[in-house]
Design a protein around this ligand. Structure first.
Ligand code: ATP
Ligand code: MG
Length: 434
């Protein structure tokens, strides 16, 4: 009897090679994009002390209330959590290593996040974010630049139809005034609230505005707006951000009901949204979080950042018919006969020395069967070694891609010059394909 199979955890997906190559193309584009703006990488732990997230994200948020994977480290009793987002860990690291003390830091990271949500299209329990954080910069110029960064990445990825929503959350005192008006408004309309919202009424009424329940739509439309409670500084900051967007010709909508699901934001918040992914339409979200560094024990440091949902973005690239395939290997090395096979190992290594990617046939079999595998591999060339070639110190190079086969047939070349021959064939091939 076969042993029972073990499946992956629900909502945590394997990324198989075809898909993983697509991820690598995306990651390459992301690295180039972030360098354009002077951001530097930071690599952070996946597990952090639970109090970090409670303090940073807020006790009364979806994430902390019900989405975190937390556990007790059985060896020392410490309470730990798989990171549900990256900003808290990034700020913790910046404080711990005193990064932002001397100069502003522009940092980015990419990796898995974990939230115990109901898995559905675009919503997983393990998902990936690219996070971008700027520490130490107070002005609306950096908010504006970070928002515009999104537009450039969509263009780099060949995506359109991603629209921009922005809002301001003002400062704590402004939110406090708004909050009491909100509580009064929702209390007057308590019979219209759903259970979630009723629960939030005293603890976090601002988050009611973020409810996705369509039954609350009209009620939310009529709610008091934070934007009407802003003082002149907050208003000037928001104007400054909008000025950057106007100057760049970037269209946007001010959505007064845009609040974020994490408590650390103030002033600017924004989301990039598409209607092509169904209910999970937000591909990128972020904003300013000036209080967070101090809240986590650091010196007061203004900050802003955003996170991209990688799975959602890749779904969009796929849907838009963008490039999703990585490059196949360049050479498949076919060999038969014991002398030939030993000779072929040296050929393969020599080609790799010259920067050529080689898939070396393993497992024996005749030339015909090996050539079938060479074709299926997607390689541009088969390099073929039989005992007679090995004896002569030569190999046969056979082009496999159709565009090339018309112009060149197979050739025997000296083992010493096979690398050069492949390189010049590859140049021809590039020209043919252009
Ligand atoms: P949502 O409202 O969709 O739950 P959120 O406000 O919880 O999003 P953030 O914490 O701001 O999301 O995360 C930034 C981005 O990460 C989101 O805009 C989205 O693209 C992506 N994201 C968040 N949660 C998930 C998830 N469970 N699965 C896949 N992507 C996610
Ligand atoms: Mg969420």
């Amino acid at each position: 009897m076969n042993a029972p199979k073990i499946q992956s955890v629900r909502g945590m997906n394997d990324i198989l090679p075809d898909e993983a190559e697509f991820w690598e193309l995306f990651e390459d584009a992301v690295r180039i994009w972030l360098k354009r703006y002077g951001y530097r990488p930071i690599r952070l732990p996946i597990v952090e002390p639970t109090p970090l997230f409670k303090r940073a994200i807020g006790e009364v948020t979806d994430i902390v209330e019900k989405e975190m994977y937390s556990f007790v480290d059985s060896l020392n009793g410490e309470l730990l959590t798989l990171r549900p987002e990256g900003t808290a860990g990034c700020v913790r690291a910046a404080i711990q290593h005193n990064l932002a003390a001397q100069q502003a830091q522009r940092l980015w990271y990419m990796g898995q996040m974990f939230r115990h949500e109901r898995p559905q299209k675009g919503r997983y329990r393990q998902f990936n974010q690219v996070g971008v954080e700027a520490l130490g910069l107070p002005g609306p110029d950096i908010d504006g630049e970070q928002i515009l960064m999104g537009a450039r990445l969509w263009a780099d990825l060949g995506l359109d139809g991603i629209s921009l929503q922005i809002n301001t959350l003002g400062q704590a005192d402004e939110r406090a005034r708004h909050r009491s008006e909100l509580i009064a408004y929702f209390t007057r309309n308590e019979q219209a609230l759903d259970d979630d919202s009723r629960r939030r009424l005293q603890s976090n009424p601002l988050r009611i505005l973020d409810s996705k329940n369509p039954a609350l739509h009209d009620l939310l439309q009529g709610a008091p707006r934070l934007i009407d409670h802003l003082g002149s500084e907050s208003r000037a900051h928001f104007d400054g951000v909008q000025q950057v967007l106007h100057d760049a010709g970037q269209a946007f909508v001010v959505n007064p009901r845009l609040v974020r699901g994490l408590d650390y934001y103030n002033l600017t918040v924004f989301e990039w949204v598409t209607d092509r992914l169904g209910a999970q339409g937000t591909v990128c979200a972020g904003g300013r979080y000036d209080g967070l560094v101090e809240q986590l024990g650091g010196k007061p440091t203004p900050a802003c950042g955003f996170a991209l949902g990688v799975e959602r973005l890749l779904a969009l690239v796929r849907e838009a018919g963008g490039e999703t395939r990585g490059d196949a290997v360049e050479v498949y090395l076919v060999h038969q006969g014991s002398a030939a096979s030993r000779f072929a190992v040296g050929i393969a290594e020599r080609l790799r020395d010259q920067g050529i990617n080689v898939l070396f046939h393993c497992g024996g079999g005749g030339f015909k069967a090996q050539m079938k595998k060479a074709d299926a591999s997607g390689a541009a060339f088969a390099v073929i070694v039989g005992d007679d070639e090995a004896a002569a110190g030569e190999v046969t190079v056979k082009p496999l891609r159709s565009a090339h086969e018309q112009s060149t047939t197979q050739q025997r070349v000296a083992a010493d010059s096979v690398g050069e021959a492949i390189r010049s064939y590859l140049l021809d091939l590039d020209r043919d394909e252009c």
